[in-house]
Design a protein. Structure first.
Length: 139
């Protein structure tokens, strides 16, 4: 049975908002932060600032980014574990150093965090093998 993607996305957005409010109440939180360079293929000095900003729409979205005193945490949240979630986080982790909005926080340890309500043990195992922190959250 196909998932209702609008309902699922709304539920995931609500879940991640509740999760970060509970888990990181005193930290800096960015919700739905675009990651990566402003230009899809790297810096392009020939572009005007407005053109470079338009190119930024190709950037990937992290569900949340949390800044603690010693960690920069990139969060991917899913109502149900999905085999693609660990790979998304790996990509997001590679984009973080190229994200202008996070430049001032690059001295912190990068942590990739997968937050799910309904867990798949295989996805959890793969995520942990990739060094991803796994959390179960039941709204």
């Amino acid at each position: 049975m196909p998932r209702n993607t609008d309902f699922t996305k709304y539920g995931e957005m609500r879940m991640v908002a509740e999760y970060v409010a509970q888990a990181y109440p005193d930290d800096i939180v960015y919700m739905r932060l675009r990651l990566g360079s402003l230009a899809p293929d790297g810096p392009r000095p020939e572009l005007k600032p407005e053109e470079a900003a338009m190119a930024g729409v190709f950037r990937r979205w992290a569900d949340a980014v949390v800044i603690t005193t010693d960690e920069l945490i990139v969060i991917e949240a899913s109502l149900r574990s999905d085999t693609g979630d660990p790979s998304k986080l790996v990509v997001y982790g590679r984009l973080v150093p190229h994200t202008p909005e996070l430049r001032e926080f690059m001295n912190r340890r990068l942590v990739l965090e997968l937050v799910v309500s309904v867990e798949d043990p295989v996805v959890r195992m793969v995520a942990q093998e990739l060094g991803i922190r796994c959390r179960r959250y039941e709204p």
